[in-house]
Design a binder for this molecule. Structure first.
Ligand SMILES: Nc1nc2c(c(=O)[nH]1)N[C@H]1C(S)=C(S)[C@@H](COP(=O)(O)OP(=O)(O)OC[C@H]3O[C@@H](n4cnc5c(=O)[nH]c(N)nc54)[C@H](O)[C@@H]3O)O[C@H]1N2
Ligand SMILES: Nc1nc2c(c(=O)[nH]1)N[C@H]1C(S)=C(S)[C@@H](COP(=O)(O)OP(=O)(O)OC[C@H]3O[C@@H](n4cnc5c(=O)[nH]c(N)nc54)[C@H](O)[C@@H]3O)O[C@H]1N2
Ligand code: SF4
Ligand SMILES: [Mo]
Length: 672
């Protein structure tokens, strides 16, 4: 008999596609896009439709048993052991570390390998009880943007409801690349809006190539470009004075900086000609306009300032608080959906738990006084984190207890003492809250987990037991937490109902954040001048800054998402690897010529931090002065034994201790 189970993809992706898992006796399961789902419409992205039907279902590729290291660290020599043995030994070592060095020397590295509620948050109850140091998750991704938007709007997670796109006449996609990071939104939502689409990106991404207007600016010149647009807006009288008077704090302070902008100079330094700036300024100001600020945008040295500068556009033009307007970074506000996501995390600790930035992770791991143990789950830092060489070297410390829970033998798992097999999203129930659409989706266990693999929640319930903890919250069942999380939700009455429906809109009508013109800032207004920023040692307002072009033959390395991997997830998938081919670097024809290299030539990309072998692709899809290498390959599967993060020194942004990875500089030289 054929069965069909509806579920949801919980990858770190704007789309949160609906899936159907089809089972027929005697045949392999099929994992397909749900034809009834408003986003996936029957098709998954290429990477998921390949991986979910092959490696993710293959017990020969998946981890199926707890493993204990037998050879030297990183040798890949492990033996299978039972859960009781693995967790018993881990617990004994943790207790010894707590007694001797203190729990703060246990590091907890986790992120969004899955964004589902239980698998993403429940383990934090255990780590809160243990009292570990957290490697602050958002510092590897988007913290600068959060800080900047919180200064300005008091929140960074309210966004706009994508359902209001039909009301928008202009949509600006600034430093996001939905053709890779949100493929269905790119294919359907953006064109079906009917709006004029403007992309601001130093790369001609597929989204940019299809847009009505592409401002191909120099990387790092965004704040100056935003000020140039503001200058045109005020010079042409396109600002919304009534809106500013009622809702904006600090306009006069910003206005002084806007007036000082020289458009001719800005055109030279941003690489965007004045006519194109004028076109976009007029389009945006006329509105209604949506502004999508990407996470890639703020991963540059002055990422916080860039976000504050861009965030002034809605404030001066009143493009916020009405249908078809608004500013989206992440729709992360679960409360709007009636979901109590904090509950899954457990009772908040009385004092903020200790934390370090990912920018300090390698250094901390190299210091035995600060790190005695490392837990890794929902993450692959050996592929994703900065200072890859130093980090992986530190992970070889024999005295460091490292435990990794994953589906696959990643580079991080390989460097661990214990490897714990995690169940995939296809194998347990959970809740998925898209960070683009204001929806609620069921993740429904459709298949048995391979071998001994367990969901994250069960792994940490068992570890709590091995530690002898007696707090009831550490043992709460998945079903109870899901019911509790959904209790305040009006769109659906139970998990069982949601499981049948797959995805529901949390709110019947589109939600218009700030429709009441009230902002959760100290002044209650949009703060273009922020006393909170000043108290944090930041400038009062955004500034029209622009990074200098790299000097002495260096190029600015951009390492954004490829459409074929999701961070390093899928980097081990055969067909994905075939698609990706050899590790490559994209260079502008002028930069290739200056280095005497052509398509297909082998080069060494290097800087003080590291070195990577790559094959050149020459393309004017990148600006002169840029080298583009996609993130997401598995270091251990490539010839260099490294990926692009071997070149990443872990420089931090101006705000939030966050990753400035799109500001790395490299030399590229021929190895002929
Ligand atoms: N296929 C796929 N999808 C993903 C991911 C993935 O790895 N693969 N990752 C997921 C995650 S974790 C995240 S955070 C999101 C991120 O998704 P996005 O926000 O789209 O971020 P990125 O792909 O890093 O970068 C987006 C764009 O920023 C541009 N950029 C770089 N530097 C600058 C600059 O100085 N100025 C401007 N204006 N643009 C710049 C890059 O050229 C790139 O096209 O995507 C999610 N979706
Ligand atoms: N050079 C460069 N580096 C970057 C970026 C960049 O733009 N450039 N982007 C950064 C960004 S935005 C981010 S968010 C980080 C992301 O980096 P990571 O958080 O390390 O993301 P992944 O590499 O996808 O690793 C997630 C792991 O979780 C595992 N996993 C999936 N589901 C489960 C589960 O249910 N349980 C368990 N235990 N494991 C599971 C997957 O198999 C995978 O190995 O990378 C950052 N690194
Ligand atoms: S990764 Fe994104 S596009 Fe691909 S199936 Fe999952 S949600 Fe859809
Ligand atoms: Mo991210």
């Amino acid at each position: 008999m054929k069965t069909r189970v509806r579920t949801t993809c919980p990858r770190d992706c704007y789309d949160s596609c609906g899936i159907v898992v089809i089972r027929r006796p005697g045949m392999d399961p099929q994992v397909r896009g749900d034809p009834d789902h408003p986003v996936s419409r029957g098709t998954l992205c290429g990477k998921c439709s390949v991986a979910y039907n092959r490696e993710w279902l293959d017990p020969a590729v998946r981890l199926t048993s707890p493993l204990r290291r037998t050879g030297p660290k990183g040798s890949g020599q492990f033996e299978p052991v039972s859960w009781d043995v693995a967790l018993g030994e881990i617990a004994a070592r943790l207790q010894a570390i707590v007694a001797s060095a203190g729990a703060q020397t246990i590091l907890n590295a986790h992120y969004t390998g899955t964004i589902s509620l239980l698998a993403g948050l429940f383990p934090m109850r255990f780590f809160g009880r243990l009292g570990v140091t957290e490697v602050a998750p958002d510092t590897i991704c988007n913290m600068a943007g959060h800080v900047a938007l919180q200064y300005t709007y008091g929140t960074s997670t309210d966004g706009f409801d994508p359902r209001t796109a039909a009301d928008a006449r202009c949509i600006v996609v600034w430093g996001a690349n939905p053709s890779a990071s949100a493929p269905h939104a790119d294919e359907h939502w953006l064109p079906e809006s009917g709006a004029t689409v403007v992309v601001v990106d130093p790369v001609r991404t597929d989204t940019a190539a299809r847009a009505d207007v592409h401002l191909m600016l120099r990387p790092g010149s965004d704040a100056l470009l935003a000020f140039a647009l503001l200058k045109i807006i005020v010079a042409e009288g396109l600002q919304d004075d009534a809106f500013i008077a009622a809702n904006v704090h600090g306009y006069a302070e910003l206005r002084a900086l806007i007036d000082a902008v020289d458009l001719k100079d800005a055109a030279v330094r941003t690489g965007v000609d004045e006519a194109a700036m004028r076109q976009v300024a007029r389009l945006y100001a006329a509105g209604p306009s949506l502004l999508w600020l990407g996470q890639g945008l703020q991963r540059q040295p002055s990422g916080g300032n860039v976000m504050r500068a861009c965030a002034a556009l809605p404030a001066l033009t009143g493009n916020i608080g009405r249908p078809g307007t608004g500013i989206l970074y992440l729709n992360g506000n679960a409360a709007v959906r009636g979901i109590d996501d904090a509950y899954a995390l457990g009772a908040p600790a009385t004092a903020a738990p200790p934390a370090i930035s990912h920018m300090d992770f390698a250094e901390c791991l190299a210091d035995a006084g600060r790190s005695q143990a490392l837990f890794i789950w929902n993450m692959n830092p050996a592929g994703s984190s900065p200072e890859q060489g130093r980090l992986r070297q530190a992970m070889r410390r024999e005295d460091l207890l490292t435990v990794t829970a994953d589906l696959f033998m990643t580079d991080s798992a390989r460097l661990s003492d214990y490897v714990l097999p995690a169940a995939s999203f296809l194998e347990f129930d959970d809740l998925v809250l898209s960070y683009f659409n204001y929806t609620i989706s069921a993740q429904v266990g459709a298949l048995p987990a391979p071998g001994l693999a367990l969901p994250n929640s069960e792994i940490f319930r068992r570890l709590a037991r091995a530690m002898g903890y007696d707090e009831a919250g550490l043992y709460e069942s998945d079903a109870d937490i899901l019911d509790r999380a959904l209790a305040g939700c009006t769109a659906v009455s139970s998990f069982a109902e949601l499981a049948g429906r797959g995805t529901v809109d949390a709110l019947r009508d589109p939600w218009i954040p700030f429709a009441d013109q009230s902002y959760p800032t100290p002044s209650g207004k949009i703060e273009l001048a922020s006393a909170r920023a000043v108290a944090d040692g930041q400038p009062l307002t955004a500034r029209p800054d622009c990074d200098d072009a790299p000097r002495d033959g260096r190029l600015r390395l951009l390492s954004p998402a490829s459409q074929w991997t999701s961070n390093t997830s899928f980097g081990n998938v055969g067909r994905v690897r075939a698609r990706l081919g050899e590790p490559g670097v994209l260079l502008h024809p002028a930069d290739a010529a200056a280095r005497g290299v052509a398509d297909g030539d082998a080069v060494r990309v290097h800087n003080k931090t590291g070195s990577l072998a790559a094959q050149v692709s020459v393309s004017d899809a990148v600006q002169p002065g840029v080298a583009l290498i996609y993130k997401g390959r598995w270091p251990g599967l490539d010839r260099s034994g490294a990926n692009v993060n071997v070149l990443n020194p872990g420089a931090r942004t101006d705000m939030g201790e966050s990753s400035a990875v799109h500001g790395v500089e490299v030399l590229v030289e021929s190895v002929r």
